[in-house]
Design a protein around this ligand. Structure first.
Ligand code: CA
Length: 255
């Protein structure tokens, strides 16, 4: 029943891990390199760390990349397309779908030269691509350019405040009020409410809620979604009725 069992099966419940040793204090930029060819990864590390203000973390598979990027979102990801297990394009799509990594710049490294592959990479959410073999000077220049663009466009998400008949939810201020009474939600309930409200009037499947609210690699059952929705409804009182069960499909927040 679970859609993500291939990743779930490969590692257990994520545990808190210390920040990778390479990420020293005072280092401004954290680059995650996803490359299964060790010598190429080593060259990239050497080239990028030369500047002294960049720390490079290297992983060699798609599932490690997803875990590392979600636990410590880097400033930039260099992503090889041709990886064992989960391919680079899929990794790119998954990273884009997760709140923690949705806006992290991604540069794809590809040995393929057809325009189609590059377009597919950009469609999957990559910011730029570099074709192998590349010069380290070119790669460093692309990295600097993408980081500059990222800093120029510091994320300024539109403030999201929902005002309904009973419910007023300010998702920036983390404030939820029902009929003038503040409601205390757990972080997960808050994120669940936010996702339901952001996608109001749309049916959201349990699998989708799991992936977007809990994250792709959390080892939990789709049934837990029902439990959390039940609790959230209870806490929201009258406004809880806005969360409808759509039998056989999932849930919908209705206006
Ligand atoms: Ca490769």
């Amino acid at each position: 029943m679970h859609p993500t069992s291939s990743v779930h099966a490969s590692h257990g419940r994520p545990t808190a891990t210390p920040r990778p040793a390479g990420l020293r204090q005072g280092v401004r930029t954290h680059v995650l390199v996803v490359e299964d060819e060790g010598d190429i990864a080593g060259l990239i590390r050497h080239a990028l760390e030369r500047s002294g203000d960049t720390a490079v973390e290297v992983v060699s598979s798609g599932d490690e990349a997803l875990r590392a990027a979600t636990e410590h979102p880097p400033d930039l990801i260099l992503l090889d397309l041709n990886l064992p297990n989960i391919g680079g394009l899929e990794v790119c799509r998954l990273l884009r779908g997760r709140p923690a990594t949705a806006t992290v710049p991604i540069i794809i490294l590809t040995a393929r030269t057809s325009e189609g592959d590059r377009v597919t990479g950009l469609d999957a959410g990559a910011d730029d691509y570099v074709i192998k073999p590349f010069s380290l000077r070119e790669l460093s220049a692309r990295v600097r350019a993408v980081l500059r663009r990222g800093r120029a466009a510091e994320p300024t998400p539109a403030p999201l405040v929902y005002r309904g008949r009973h419910l007023v939810a300010d998702f920036d201020a983390v404030s939820v009020v029902v009929d003038d009474v503040a409601v205390k939600l757990t972080r997960r309930e808050f994120e669940l409410l936010r996702y339901l409200v952001e996608n109001r009037n749309r049916v959201l499947s349990r699998d989708r809620l799991l992936e977007r609210v809990w994250g792709y690699d959390h080892l939990i059952e789709t049934r837990s979604v029902d439990v959390h929705v039940g609790r959230l409804r209870g806490k929201l009182g009258e406004a809880g009725k806005q969360i409808e069960t759509v039998v056989g499909l999932g849930y919908r927040f209705v206006e």
